[in-house]
Design a protein around this ligand. Sequence first.
Ligand code: ADP
Ligand code: MG
Length: 690
Amino acid sequence: MNDDVSLGKPTPISVLKGVGPKLSERLIALGISSVEELLFHFPLRYQDRTRVTPIAGLKEGLDAVVQAEVRMASIIPGRRPSLVVKVADASGLLTLRFFHFRRAQANQFKPGAPISLFGQARSSRHGGEMIHPEYRLGATASFLESALTPIYPTAEGLGQAIWRKLTDQALERLIKHPPVDLLAPVYPASLSLSDAIHYLHRPPPDAPVGLIKDWQHPAQLRLSLEELVAHHLSLQALRAKERAFEAPKIAPYPELCKMFLDTLPFQPTGAQERVIGEIMADLSSHAPMLRLVQGDVGSGKTLVAAVSALSAIAAGYQAVLMAPTELLAEQHLRTFRAWLEPLGVTIAWLSGKVRGQARKETLQAIVEGDATLVVGTHALFQEGVSFNALALVIIDEQHRFGVHQRLALTEKASGAGYPHQLVLTATPIPRTLSMVAYADLDSSIIDELPPGRTPVTTTLVDSDRRAEVIARVGAACAAGRQAYWVCTLIEESDTLNAQAAEATAELLKSHLPKVAVGLIHGRQTPQEKERVMARFASGDLSLLVATTVIEVGVDVPNASLMIIENPERLGLAQLHQLRGRVGRGSTDSFCLLLYQQPLSLIGKERLNVLRESNDGFFIAEEDLRLRGAGELLGTRQTGAATFRVAQLPEHEHLLDEVQSLAQALLAKHPSLCELLITRWTGERQAFARV
Ligand code: ADP
Ligand code: MG
């Protein structure tokens, strides 16, 4: 094959029937501007509507079509009224539950009426049930289809029908204009690229459903391989590009570091010393450091960051530390002021809320080099921030930031060359994921906690038992201990979350009149948050009601009890982070997961992982197994693109081949690499997971 493959001029999406200017604009905004890009927009999953499942044969968590007869319908009153419909077929009885319904809807369900259902079954205390299934009433109604139904990742206002109509047309053109098989020179596949693409969009009626659901069909593996190679190559390219720049050489300054460490009331752990050594070796080279430090919650990453920053500053340069939330950044500011100001380091504070004259003065101090350490939030990405001699960029809690944001900050370097970069994360990256998601970074692990930590005992508690839990919080506070009460909501709205936390705080105050209750949430000003945190840290407040703003970094060792509401809605990594706020002192610590019934089997399994383990790495592996890579990478927060076909850990067995194919392609056909990277990793909007 010739190396200068050109993909030709891309066929614009507007050639497809039904794509007018408005839809075209919409698709382009989603990153789909050509027919080929549409072909590489694959279904996220499939629904199996090909056969009827008897009620007795329903499996937990699996979609199924059911044909049954209505037995009875009733509205269960309560705080959250629900419509309950009992249906039956020859094999058994099934309960349908609707939490959003109209009263008139209830009257539709006449006993004896034939009903067709499509939904996910789960088992509950009362037997099998479906929550909000799709349903059609009447003898002729049915959800049956002849082949698996593809479900496309989508965005608001774009229904599945639109995706199907568009991909139908794109697939028709596929035969005449097959996409170029870019892997062909190194990977003689038995299945052609076009056939694989066609298969994923329209699995035939006889497709092996189980294989496809497990993501192990040859067509899926074929495309996943290509996608993973593309991601690996893209990170390698990024790394090569960055490493080619010149960074300032920073010689280790052991005397100063020792002087600093001598001011602390503790000794660094062996793991901290080892990682500091790895960083010092990186810094003393002209190639920019690109290092990821993984360390479980509480392992002491801040100290590692401080020593690194101090070294850069002592060598005459500036360092910047950036955190994902205002609260965490403020805490770092306090820590660094206490640790480094006595050594003569001048620290500047920059967040989105520093405005006007204060901002102007801060920016001035940064550009003139008067401030040698800058601590802040994402405001640091904004235009108008320039440095005098930036040599080290430290990013705390990487999973909240994407690669692009990291790079945006490195562009701010001036005078000193390209900055060294240190990324800290408490969300351990499973080895499999790091190969394709973090291949641009070297990695260090702090695999030891400071001595004297007590593991947190975690218990699952049904929210019916809230009164007992409140009493327990009261008793702990009366005994001089401190507690967090964490409120969570599904809605990603600061306002609603704040309201929920406010309501909970009021409730707890009325039940626990002797306890000093504080409240912290994302709608407060930094000053308010700081004041509340300071009062909690000093012991003036015993109980802190909070939203997940306290997820990362907050450090109050005397707090030994944490209640987390609705834990079933959060990711395991996030729960582990939250739980890491307790177990920092010497008293026994407890975390109560106050879950809401009904809890699915998988939901229970997930929470049990936390009950059984305090090990962030183990939890991350389990989280990956139970939730998939996309969510673990934190795409919901960052909007970064996820994999389209590849699944981890299901495709772990492909990774060795991914690496060798990537190497071969890079060595022999570098121009194909670029095309492959563009095809699979181009800028895409975040699609909703449906
Ligand atoms: P994380 O890795 O979660 O960011 P921190 O850096 O916030 O952890 O450290 C957690 C707590 O442990 C802080 O109070 C910190 O001062 C303390 N700490 C850090 N290193 C040590 C150590 N070697 N010995 C004892 N305490 C330490
Ligand atoms: Mg931290």
